[in-house]
Design a protein around this ligand. Structure first.
Ligand code: ZN
Length: 286
């Protein structure tokens, strides 16, 4: 009698264990598969559910880890990129987002002969004027760089290192330590400028400690510019800290980027998430 009761108890324990295991498998699957969003499914298969879950996952990953490249990579998948039009001011140019060879802009010439995208001329003038009023003596030393020019610079460096005896691969690697491959330089978009001063014209970290370096970093956002390659975001931008490189993104975005303490890559991803949510809210009304 006693033995039978134990057997029955054993059976129901088994059943319970199987149920628990099955439940765990379902939960793990949901967490692993559902939350780790496949970006291409966001718009195609299960929009509402996946959008909400992907946002939570993104928030969790981005704000907790502050955006490691691995956790951000999925947001750059084509499915997400194509669902809304990019704002030209938020154009993302980097190794993973190359500008096409035929990228053309309307340029406007600065007084020193360098050119920028005509659309950023006025805000740039306002920015420089404000800095000079504070006694910074600002000097734009690099601005728009056409595709062909980037190719020239790249090939010249490559040839130099090959002449020094490096293999083609090694020469490419050394070149790319200081120069972007054609298409990957933000200067090709005409939306960036390198700003130094008459007294400090070397592009090095020490520029950050100069009066001008400090003023630029502190006030750029008020004029629609951001310090594009911050020190603590090197892993995400893929570019070493550049206290002299400023990028126009518009006043609203610049203020948000400044307040959030994020870099352009992170901000663009945030915008993509918001665009997805807006799109979803429009169609779903929640
Ligand atoms: Zn630059």
């Amino acid at each position: 009698m006693k033995y039978k009761r134990y057997a029955a108890l054993g059976n129901s324990f088994c059943a319970l264990a199987i149920t628990v295991i099955l439940f765990m498998v379902i939960v793990v699957e949901a967490l692993g598969d559902g939350l780790l969003v496949r970006a291409d499914e966001v718009v195609e298969e299960k929009p509402e559910r996946f959008i909400v879950e992907s946002t939570r996952q993104w928030e969790k990953e981005t704000f907790a880890v502050s955006g490691s490249p691995a956790s951000l990579a999925w947001l750059l998948k084509p499915g997400i990129k194509n669902i809304f039009l990019e704002d030209w001011r938020l154009l993302l140019v980097n190794k993973d987002n190359l500008l096409p060879e035929d990228y053309k802009i309307e340029t406007k010439r600065l007084s020193n002969g360098l050119m920028v995208d005509a659309r950023i001329y006025e805000p740039l003038m306002e920015f420089l004027k404000a800095g000079n009023k504070e006694g910074c003596n600002l000097l734009v030393c690099s601005a728009y760089r056409p595709y062909e020019r980037q190719v020239e610079l790249y090939e010249a460096d490559l040839a130099k290192y090959q002449r020094m005896g490096y293999s083609y691969e090694k020469a490419c690697a050394i070149t790319e330590e200081t120069l972007a491959v054609p298409g990957a330089s933000e200067h090709q978009a005409g939306l960036s400028v390198d700003i130094v001063t008459l007294r400090h014209q070397v592009l090095n970290d020490a520029f950050a400690d100069t009066k001008a370096g400090k003023w630029l970093a502190e006030h750029a956002h008020e004029y629609g510019f951001i310090l594009r390659y911050p020190k603590d975001k090197e892993e995400i931008t893929g570019i070493n800290y550049e206290p002299w490189h400023f990028r126009y993104v518009g006043k609203e975005a610049a203020k948000q980027i400044h307040d959030l303490g994020c870099c352009l890559e992170e901000y663009v991803m945030l915008q993509r998430q918001l665009a997805i949510l807006n799109l979803s809210a429009k169609t779903k009304n929640y």
